[in-house]
Design a binder for this molecule. Structure first.
Ligand code: FES
Ligand code: FE2
Length: 387
């Protein structure tokens, strides 16, 4: 098969990279509960801006611990609401003190005595839920469906919850998650380099499932690494235990969330099988790692130097976040939004072709006003065979 023929299966008439609410892909992503913040990023009595899916919002937490998501700007004269004061039952704008209840209803307009006018003003609010150390939002309008539960993570001894930003379209990272062959090259150095995974380029297979797809990296000695992809933007896999006191494989789940079309974030939850004193040791090791990274040039600075040709990837010393640097360089290296019309896909891109087909099918259903596929939450896979 020539490379030109091989490229056609990955072609699609739809723009997966769109994020705004008036685009097909943007509407599709809003048909799912999506994480928009770390729960730890918002303390009681505080508000902050959140940028996601090409929109901006105000996230705040009242003193009772409940989180609330509303419009970004004050309806009065449009300043940023997150700069205001969180009150026990709502938020007050910093500019002229207009007060809004947690249901979004305007409650007070200093200097205004027309109660009917006040009653007519409200903020748009969005359903939110705190779960697994993240704040999930429903941005799809109307009555939200029940939020999916990922029970394997509810049982973990310790939940390690992290986030990062990457300066390219989220769909590039969605595709990367099921790209088994990139591990051999992009991650030839670092944890994957020493895991035994990279001794040979695996044969790639992909199967559609009730949740999305499973991608398999099959090695000649029978070892297989499975990666579960949950529609529309979730990666779920097992990672070997590496920390002291870890008694089982790690459960890993990650959401790729657009901020704008050219910037995205990932939210990662790892269920770590530790208990007792080992929890404290794990947290201390994580903190030591973070302190080590904080002393180094940022991952973005290093990545951009590699991309500018100022240093080469082989000059980058091993560091705890080397995997993130490697992925940044290859994904941002595709361009802010990859031009898929210029790609030439091969046999090893079979999982990516399947992923695009699943997305294409859903976007077509949405376009035609038909019901979308009801995806399930899968059980965690057993640890990949032989790894
Ligand atoms: S802009 Fe918010 S109260 Fe005036
Ligand atoms: Fe990677």
């Amino acid at each position: 098969m020539s490379t030109t023929e091989a490229s056609s299966p990955g072609r699609t008439k739809y723009r997966f990279e769109d994020v705004a609410p008036d685009t097909l892909a943007g509407r599709f992503m809003r048909q799912f509960w999506q994480p928009i913040s770390l729960a730890s990023a918002i303390e009681p009595g505080k508000a902050r801006p959140v940028h996601a899916f090409g929109e901006s919002f105000t996230l705040y937490r009242t003193e009772d611990g409940a989180v609330h998501l509303t419009e970004f700007r004050c309806p009065h004269r449009r300043t940023q609401l997150s700069t205001g004061w969180v009150e026990p039952d709502g938020i007050r704008c910093m500019y002229h003190g207009w007060k809004f209840g947690t249901d979004g209803q305007c409650k007070e307009v200093p200097g205004e005595d027309n109660a009917n006018y006040i009653k007519r003003i409200s903020l748009k609010t969005y359903p939110v839920q705190e779960y697994l150390g993240l704040i999930f939002a429903w941005l799809g309008g109307g009555e939200p469906p029940a939020m999916p539960r990922y029970t394997a993570f509810e049982k973990a001894g310790y939940l390690d919850v992290t986030t990062y930003f990457r300066d390219c379209n989220h769909f590039q990272n969605i595709e990367n998650g099921i790209d088994e062959v990139h591990v051999n090259f992009t991650h030839s150095v670092g944890v994957f380099g020493t895991s035994g995974l990279n001794e040979e380029v695996p044969q790639v297979q992909a199967e559609q499932t009730s949740y999305g797809l499973v991608a398999k990296g099959i090695r000649s000695d029978g070892r297989v690494r499975d990666t579960q992809f949950l529609m529309p933007n979730i990666l779920m896999l097992k990672l070997p235990a590496t920390a002291e006191g870890e008694t089982d494989w790690r459960n890993y789940i990650s959401w790729r969330i657009p901020v704008t079309e050219t910037l995205h974030m990932a939210f990662i939850v790892q269920g770590i099988a530790v208990s007792g004193d080992d929890i404290g040791k794990f947290v201390a090791a994580r903190e030591a790692e973070a302190a080590e990274i904080a002393k180094l040039p940022s991952f973005k600075e290093v990545s951009l130097k590699v991309m500018a040709g100022e240093i080469s990837m082989t000059d980058v010393p091993l560091r705890p976040d080397i995997t993130g640097i490697q992925d940044y360089v290859t994904q941002v290296g595709q361009g802010e939004i990859v031009d898929r019309s210029q790609e030439h896909l091969g046999r090893s891109d079979i999982a990516i072709v399947l992923l695009r087909r699943l997305w294409e099918n859903e976007l077509r259903l949405l376009e035609q006003g038909q019901p979308l596929t009801q995806w399930r939450v899968p059980d965690m896979l057993a640890p990949s065979k032989g790894l």
